[in-house]
Design a binder for this molecule. Structure first.
Ligand code: ZN
Length: 307
């Protein structure tokens, strides 16, 4: 077990496709800019004027909403729950639901930030065609974005692995709290360094079952060891296919599905703009790399394109 801060267990999502080799970072880079570089935002705005961009977002976009980025710069490595362990081991499943419930209460309180709102403005004005997100926090939809592809699903839905019935997360959260009084007083719960919630005797923890068939429930998110659903990936690919440009915002592109979409844009010779603090696997494919926060950069971009 590695030392790790408090982590809602289902915020770490890695799809299990084969890794791709990124070209050397900075090989094709024409500009790397500092946070305060107005000229760089001007250049990107000029490039995007009259175009419809697709946007790919990651955890960095939600950090200003108070949701930590566990894969961002300096984040410690941790061992995510795999789909195989979740399905096979009842105690792991109990620990997962306990930790996930606490994570959910953080997500539920989070509000969309300036970055999310700027993307809504850009979509309304026709400057972007839609958002593909690796985030599972639902904040793009809550901000008002209309065309959102959630590559890794969303924490606000729970599905039955046996019959496919979907449930709202709030109803499952209410059942979890009803069955496990310890969850109602979150101050009493200790989070272990590996992200597990210490809820007393884990054998006594009650995990909700499907009310239709009694089957196993799982948040509708992609776990480590699972693939992004084909129809979801195709929807994302279609957005790239129809776009004139690609903006990557707040993702280091560590996850394979993300870099595959960037590679698709590169093959189509679309201009690629990366907005991210820290190195990304897409830097070598980017025409512009803005080493900057997503909230202020997307807001500045919206100002220039819509002002
Ligand atoms: Zn069921």
């Amino acid at each position: 077990m590695t030392a790790d801060p408090v982590v809602p267990s289902d915020t770490v999502l890695v799809d299990a496709l084969e890794p791709t080799d990124a070209p050397d970072a900075a090989a094709a880079l024409t500009s790397t800019v500092a946070l305060d570089s107005e000229r760089a935002v001007d250049a990107v705005a000029t490039l995007l004027r009259g175009k419809r961009a697709a946007v790919l977002t990651g955890a960095g976009l939600s950090t200003d909403s108070g949701i930590p980025d566990y894969r961002g710069e300096g984040a410690p490595k941790r061992t995510p729950m795999t789909f195989q362990t979740f399905v096979a081991d009842e105690r792991s499943r109990k620990r997962y639901w306990a930790g996930s419930h606490l994570g959910w209460s953080v997500f539920r309180r989070a509000e969309p930030n300036l970055g999310h709102r700027s993307l809504v403005q850009l979509e309304s004005a026709g400057a972007i065609a839609g958002v593909i997100t690796q985030n599972v926090d639902g904040l793009h939809t809550r901000a008002g974005s209309r065309h959102v592809v959630e590559l890794h699903g969303s924490l606000d839905r729970v599905i039955c692995l046996d019959c496919g019935q979907a449930f709202g997360r709030d109803s499952i959260a209410a059942r979890l709290e009803a069955d496990n009084p310890v969850l109602r007083d979150s101050d009493s719960i200790r989070i272990a360094p590996d992200g597990d919630a210490d809820v007393g005797n884990i054998d006594d923890f009650v995990v909700p079952a499907c009310t239709v068939c009694g089957g196993m429930l799982k948040p509708r998110v992609v776990f480590f060891g699972e693939l992004v659903p084909t129809e979801t990936f195709l929807e994302a690919a279609a957005l790239i296919q129809a776009a004139d440009a690609l903006i990557v915002a707040g993702s280091s592109l560590a996850v394979n599905s993300g870099i595959r979409l960037v590679e698709q844009a590169r093959r189509r010779k679309l201009p690629i703009i990366v907005i991210n603090r820290g190195v990304t696997k897409g830097d070598g494919r980017a025409l512009h790399k803005l080493e900057a926060g997503t909230s202020e950069t997307l807001a500045a971009l919206a100002d220039r394109l819509l002002g």
